[in-house]
Ligand binder design. Sequence first.
Ligand code: NAI
Length: 424
Amino acid sequence: MTAPISEQLNADELLESGQRKMEWARQHMPIMGSLRESFEADQPFAGERIGMAMHVEAKTAILAEVLAAGGAEVAITGCNPLSTHDDVSVALDAVDGVTSYAKRGVDDKEYYEAMEAVIDHEPTITVDDGGDLVFAIHEDYPELIDTIIGGCEETTTGVHRLRAMDDDDALEYPMFAVNDTPMKRLFDNIHGTGESSLASIAMTTNLSWAGKDVVVSGFGYCGKGVARKASGQNANVIVTEVDPRRALEAHMEGFDVMPMDEAAAEGDVFITTTGNRDVIVEKHFEEMSDGVLLANAGHFDVEIDLEALEANAQRTYEARDGLQAYEMPDGRRLNVLAEGRLVNLAAPVSMGHPVEVMDQSFGVQAVCAREIIQNGDQYEAGVHNVPDELDREVAEIKLEAEGIEMDSLTGTQEEYMDSWQHGT
Ligand code: NAI
C-alpha cells in the first residue's frame, strides 16, 4: 500500500502541495471568484462563525476561504473518514480565519472528536454534507441551537435525513436543501458523480470500461450520470431500480433493467448509487463471477453488505491500492473499491467531482449562507428549498464567466406566460 501523503511529505511540503491544489481549483472556479469579490467588499459574515463538515479537498477549501474572506470565522472537518486530502487540510488551516480539523483515515472516535472540535467554535451557521454535523448538534449540543441562525445541506442523503427530522418535528433550525437546486443536482449529481466515479474506478483498477457489463443500482440523479457515462465509454449498462418510473426511464434510455437477483450473475462491475442500504447482499455475492468489481457512489458505506462478504470469504487481501479482494471458498475473487465508501472521494486516487461542477454547487452554498445572514429571520425551523432567484444568480455568474449569452423574455411573452385567457 502506498503511504498516505501525510507520511510522504514533511510539514512544509504538505502545505505547499495543498496550496498548489487550491490554486488550481481557484483558477477554475469563476463563480467562487466572483462571490469572493463581493464578500470581501460587503463582509456579510463579519462576526459569524461557520461550522462545516464536508469532504475536505481542494474545491471545498475554496468555499471555506471565500466564506472566511467574507468575514466569517470558519471551522471545518471531514464528512467521511477517507475523503480528506491531508495536504489541503494543512493548507486550509493556514488560511486566515479558517481552522481545519480534517484528517484522512480516522476511526469513528477521531471522526466525531473532530466534529466536536468544530462544534466547540459555537457556529452560528452550519454547512453539512450528509447531515452528521446537524445531527451531532441536535443530539449532544442542543444548547447551541438558539444561537444558530441556519444551515445548508449539500447532498441527497443529508436532505433526506433532514426531511425525516423535520417530519418528526426534531429539526430545530432552518436548513437549505442545497442539493435540490437545479444548479447543484443537474450538474453535480449527474455529471460530477458520473465522471468522477468512473474515473476513480478506472484509475484504481487500470481496467477498461469498453465491453464490460456494468450494473448501476439506482437511476436517480447520480445513477443516470454513472449509467450514461459508462455507456458513453462503450460499456453495456444494466440498471436496477425500485421506483417504477425510474425503471421505465432507464428502459426508454436504452438500458437493460432487471432485479439485482438477476443482474448479480451478469455484471462485471457493480456501482451502487441509491442512498439506501443492503442493495448488494449475500445472495448476490453467491451469483457473481470471478473478478467482479464492487463500488459504491452513494453517501454512506451501507449499500454493499461488506460484513456478509467478509464472513463468507475464505481470505481477503489488498489486490491494489484502494482495492480489497475477497476470495470465496470456490476460488472466485470479488473486488471491493474504497472499502465500499463513496468511490469518487474515498479511493486513494480520488479527487471528487470536477472543479467546474463544484464551483456551481459551492456557489449555491455560498449564496445560501449569505441568505441566512441577510434574511435568516424569515425562515422557520425546518427544511427550506433554496429561493429560485439565488439559484439563477449562480447560473448567471457562470454563463457570464463562460461568455455565453442567452435570450430573455419580452414583455409580451411574460404577459402571455402569466395569463390564462389566451387560448385557441
Ligand atoms: P435519487 O433519490 O435521485 O436517486 C436514488 C435512486 O435509487 C432512486 O431512483 C431510488 O428509487 C433508487 N433506489 C432506492 N433504493 C433502491 C434499491 N434498493 N435498489 C435499486 N434502486 C434503489 O438520489 P441521488 O441524488 O441520485 O443520490 C443518491 C446517493 O448518492 C445519495 O446517497 C447521495 O447523497 C449520494 N451522492 C453522492 C455523490 C458523490 O459524489 N458520490 C454526489 C451526490 C449525491
